[in-house]
Design a protein around this ligand. Structure first.
Ligand SMILES: N[C@@H](CCC(=O)N[C@@H](CS)C(=O)NCC(=O)O)C(=O)O
Length: 201
């Protein structure tokens, strides 16, 4: 299988961490690309009409896309148990929360990078950050016990989201008021899979 990827993408990182954790490195070859909303790579568009990465080109069947779909597929393929039945809805909600943090965090990056400066909206960016803040508050108040349990895809997604906040939004200081989450992330970042997938430009 081929994973259309980029070392900076946090959605791709979710898949790369899963690949490490599930022992799938020999089964999936990474194909790095450069793609943006304003200049979509042709190979990406061929695999995913939305022009987004990650996309997974399989040996049989159509390419599949969206990190949540790919992670679920590879987890089933490897029987890795990262979506355990007993807490499936919690894992999916946690993954959705992490992906929502990413959607807002990337929205801010795109606003700054692709909109002419005089059209950029500071209010809109602050509103995106407010979503992230609320999600961080929820993780801090409601999810530390789950995050500290056996490894699952919700934890991987949250780890990748917090890693992206450090990578692109270090100036916003997400750790303030989120001490338990900070401690959890420091420990989670020591996993080999997280160290091997640190984001780079
Ligand atoms: N919901 C998608 C989001 C993927 C996404 O937005 N990827 C970014 C890279 S980090 C991308 O491909 N952006 C290019 C674009 O939006 O055209 C997922 O989970 O895979």
């Amino acid at each position: 299988m081929k994973l259309i990827s980029s070392p900076a993408s946090p959605y791709v990182r979710k898949v790369r961490v899963l690949i490490h954790e599930a022992g799938l490195a020999d089964a999936v070859q990474e194909v790095p690309v450069k793609t943006t909303p304003m200049a979509t790579d042709a190979g990406v568009a061929a695999a995913n009409p939305l022009g987004k990465i990650p996309a997974l080109v399989r040996e049989t069947g159509p390419a599949i896309y969206d990190s949540r779909v790919i992670c679920r597929f590879l987890d089933a393929h490897a029987q890795a148990g990262l979506y355990p039945d007993a807490r499936l809805w919690e894992v999916l909600t946690l993954e959705a929360t992490a992906d929502g943090i990413l959607d807002s965090a990337i929205g801010i990056v795109y606003e700054r990078r692709f909109r002419p400066e005089n059209l950029q909206s500071a209010d809109w960016m602050d509103a995106q950050w407010a979503k992230i803040s609320r999600a961080l508050d929820a993780l801090e108040k409601m999810w530390i016990s789950h995050l500290s349990g056996p490894l699952d895809m919700g934890q991987i997604a949250v780890g990748c989201a917090l890693g992206y906040l450090d990578f692109r939004h270090g100036d916003r200081n997400w750790r303030q008021g989120h001490g338990a989450l900070d401690d959890w992330f420091a420990a989670f970042s020591q996993r080999e899979a997280m160290k091997a997938t640190h984001p780079t430009d």
